[in-house]
Structures are given as structure tokens and as C-alpha cells.
Design a protein around this ligand. Structure first.
Ligand code: ZN
Length: 147
């Protein structure tokens, strides 16, 4: 795969609001944020203004290490939506991260049909034409070499 920071994003762009702007601004600094509740201690994703476990607003940002494992995934052979026209075959999946939550994301891999549940992935950021950075997860090619 390409070196980090070389990925181009050609898919749909996020619609941000005051609640999610800190997440997207952190992405532009190549930091992926989940949140931890100071009242109940639970970690949550996606980014929001309150704890989804206890409804507290005493939540803080928790940047992830970037590591993850494929929890499940789908290989999309054809997507006829014009927003995905440049993608060709792609993988979307659920990534389990050690911070304790699962993240839905695009997974970049050289060979989608060699990807397996449990493979190591690492967060990276793809840059859209607008300059907005979008998190993706990149499969470790070493995970697939043995197959
Ligand atoms: Zn809580």
C-alpha cells in the first residue's frame, strides 16, 4: 500500500455540525477521536455531545492509537452510486479498536478477496479535494501474504 498521507478521497464528504466539528478538525490533524465518559468511564464512538451509556455531558476526547482488527467486512464489487464511481471494487467493514469500540470504515487493501476477519489494520487519512481528511483503515499486507 502507499505510504500514509498519500491517499486521495473521492467519496462523499461529511456533513459537519457543531457537535461533530471537533472530530473532523482532529481528522485534519490526522488524529482519530473516540470519547471517554468521566462519569461512567465508558468509551464511545461515534463522536457526539453526550455519553450514550449514562447521558452525561462530561465526556472527553480520547485519541486512538491507530491499531485495529477487522471485525467484519464486505467487498463491494460494484456500486452504481455516482459518489462512488471512482472507487471500483472496495471494502467496507467494522474495525475493532483496542480502546474498546468498533468503527465502521472503508478498509484499503491491495487484494480485497484476501482480507480476513481478525486481520490487522491501521488508521490512515485520505485527503479530499476540499482538503478535508477522511479516516480510513489500511490492511497490513503482511496479514494476507500467508494465504
Ligand atoms: Zn457515561
Amino acid at each position: 500500500m502507499k505510504a500514509e498521507n498519500c491517499y486521495k478521497w473521492t467519496g462523499p464528504l461529511p456533513t459537519t455540525c457543531i457537535e461533530t466539528e471537533p472530530f473532523w478538525e482532529a481528522c485534519n490533524q490526522e488524529r482519530f477521536l473516540v470519547q471517554k465518559c468521566r462519569d461512567c468511564g465508558e468509551v464511545q464512538y461515534h463522536y457526539r455531545a453526550f455519553c450514550c451509556h449514562c447521558w452525561s455531558d462530561a465526556i472527553e476526547d480520547l485519541p486512538i492509537s491507530g491499531a485495529g482488527k477487522v471485525w467484519t467486512f464486505s467487498v463491494v464489487e460494484v456500486n452504481r452510486s455516482p459518489q462512488f464511481a471512482e472507487w471500483g471494487m472496495y471494502v467496507t467493514g467494522v474495525i475493532e479498536i483496542p480502546e474498546g469500540v468498533k468503527v465502521i470504515s472503508r478498509i484499503l487493501t491491495e487484494n480485497p478477496h484476501h482480507l480476513r476477519i481478525g486481520d490487522d489494520v491501521r488508521v490512515a487519512f485520505a485527503t479530499a479535494e476540499t482538503g478535508q481528511k477522511i479516516p480510513v483503515f489500511v490492511a497490513s499486507e503482511n496479514s494476507s501474504e500467508d494465504r
